[in-house]
Design a protein around this ligand. Structure first.
Ligand code: 5GP
Length: 144
């Protein structure tokens, strides 16, 4: 049986401001920030503020807000990194590849011929993540 949502997960802590994140976008329902172990330059995570472990236990209204932010931030991520494409993925439960149990969607800008790096490979440099977040925020501002 799937365990219940545990608010003590890392993204829950980010939402409560208990641990830092390189935030690129926030509204009443969603938050987007840089993945600390990026699978490519600009790897960004989008999460709903409402608690759910994954896609399957989320309220439809939560998903509506989430996908709108995925599209908005996805456009900015693609622009910020002058990417040829955008990979969007989402995992559910350990068997599905999930490691953090608060619903999140991965956005990775892609360039022709450049493969994705390993899931949860190395930690990125903080200054690099800060610069990438600033680039995405600028693209969001330009799009507004
Ligand atoms: P999942 O496998 O659950 O879909 O992916 C979780 C993601 O969260 C991974 O890509 C991992 O690099 C990222 N991650 C893990 N811990 C942290 C953290 O403390 N901060 C941020 N920003 N990302 C994290």
């Amino acid at each position: 049986m799937t365990p219940p949502y545990d608010p003590d997960n890392i993204f829950g802590k980010i939402l409560r401001g208990e641990i830092p994140a390189h935030t690129v976008y926030e509204d009443a329902d969603t938050l987007a920030f840089m993945d600390v172990m990026p699978q490519g330059e600009g790897h960004t995570l989008v999460i709903p503020k409402a608690p759910s472990r994954g896609l399957l236990d989320a309220e439809p209204s939560t998903l509506t807000a989430l996908i709108a932010t995925v599209q908005r931030v996805g456009r900015a991520v693609k622009t910020a990194f002058a990417a040829d494409g955008l990979t969007v993925f989402q995992f559910n439960e350990p068997a599905g590849g999930q490691t953090v149990f608060h619903l999140h969607v991965h956005l990775v800008p892609r360039h022709e011929g450049v493969p994705l790096k390993r899931h949860e490979g190395g930690m990125a440099d903080n200054a690099v993540l800060a610069e990438h977040a600033a680039r995405i925020r600028a693209a969001l501002d330009d799009a507004a």
